[in-house]
Design a protein around this ligand. Structure first.
Ligand SMILES: Cc1cc2nc3c(=O)[nH]c(=O)nc-3n(C[C@H](O)[C@H](O)[C@H](O)COP(=O)(O)O)c2cc1C
Length: 339
């Protein structure tokens, strides 16, 4: 303290304030670096970026893979024989899981059911799967028995929107990602009503960091969705595309470094409910991008540098009937939930 007082006497006020500010900045940056390094180490340690060594990592990969197959089975116009390499990988991963950890895990059992459904779907279409796929599925059959075939949901638009004005439990259970749209226009008025309702989202200290951009030009939408990449088979049917970002500028300090994503994510969920309420078919699409992809997307979407991508939502009017990916949910694990 004495040293600081002496420096303060020697230095001109402006220089002293500048040095003081630099010191605060230095400490802050060091704290940020520490926190981000801590986050990074934990992410590298537990995510499956370096391979699937634990049961949890392997299940994560299995769910990712079976969900792509599920989506393929529900596409407006599925390509026969789709996802061959993915299916082979899924079968391998399921077999590995069963050999290492058994066959009781709920998602593993659903994954096996999806593999059976994939096979049945092609049989019903009189399509001969490639030998490698047939052999691989047979190996899995030799390993497990008694796992039921899954069934993707088939629904009419009337039933899909039947509960929009019901009590919340029924309403919430009736929402699901919709990946099939007609070429009917979604009125901008309906989108704005949904955005208005989504403003009710709670946020940390009411900072409402979310921002939305609505695209309606087909060419523009296609160029965005081409970069996004997770919309094959249905993205081209999108009538309106909503980009959700979240503004960093309203947050402060190391402690809030993830708040921009948390508040943005909460908004995204609320928006999905709002779109469902206004009978707009919607599928949220990830913006978990590599650096290169993020930079490209920023240019095409023209979002501010101070904003981060949260997700995008493809919207459209559903046809009379369509399929929905079953997206199996875990049972409520009260054993781990109540502490
Ligand atoms: C952040 C986020 C990103 C998603 N990205 C995609 C995507 O890129 N493509 C896609 O078809 N579905 C995507 N989904 C939809 C999920 O597949 C879907 O929400 C999940 O399977 C649960 O099904 P449900 O929405 O029908 O309840 C995404 C969902 C979330 C929450």
């Amino acid at each position: 303290m004495k040293f600081v007082r002496i420096i303060k006497l020697i230095l001109p006020v402006r220089v002293f304030e500048y040095v003081k500010q630099k010191k605060v900045q230095f400490i802050l940056q060091r704290n940020f670096k520490k926190a981000y390094e801590f986050d990074m180490k934990r992410y590298l340690k537990y995510s499956d970026s370096f391979g699937t060594n634990s049961a949890q990592q392997l299940i994560g990969k299995i769910v990712r893979e079976y969900h792509v197959i599920e989506k393929g089975l529900t596409m407006p116009d599925p390509r026969l024989g789709f996802g061959k390499d993915l299916l082979l990988s899924l079968v391998d991963n399921c077999m590995q899981y069963i050999q290492l950890f058994g066959e009781e895990e709920e998602q593993l059992r659903h994954a096996v059911g999806v593999i059976w459904e994939y096979e049945q779907f092609h049989e019903q279409q009189n399509f001969n799967l490639e030998d490698s796929v047939v052999v691989s599925i047979q190996k899995l059959k030799n390993l497990v028995s008694g796992i039921p075939i899954s069934k993707q949901k088939e629904i009419t638009a009337n039933d899909y929107f039947k509960y929009v004005e019901s009590e919340f439990p029924q309403f919430a259970k009736s929402r699901s990602s919709l990946r099939n749209y007609t070429n009917e226009n979604v009125p901008m008025k309906a989108i704005l009503s949904a955005l208005d309702l989504a403003r009710t989202t709670p946020s940390a200290c009411n900072r409402q960091s979310w921002r939305t951009y609505v695209f309606e030009d087909k060419i523009h939408i296609n160029s965005i969705l081409t970069i996004q990449g997770g919309n094959r088979g249905f993205g081209h049917l999108t009538n309106k595309l909503i980009i959700i970002t979240s503004e960093i500028s309203v947050f402060s300090s190391v402690a809030e470094r993830n708040q921009v994503f948390i508040d943005g994510g909460m908004y995204a969920m609320n928006l999905l409910y709002a779109l469902h309420y206004y009978k707009i078919g919607a599928c949220i699409l990830n913006c978990s991008n590599s650096l290169e992809k993020d930079l490209k997307l920023r240019v095409v979407c023209d979002v501010k540098e101070s904003e981060v991508f949260i997700a995008m939502v493809s919207c459209g009017i559903p046809p009379v009937d369509f399929k929905i990916a079953s997206s199996y949910r875990y049972e409520l694990l009260t054993k781990n939930t109540i502490k």
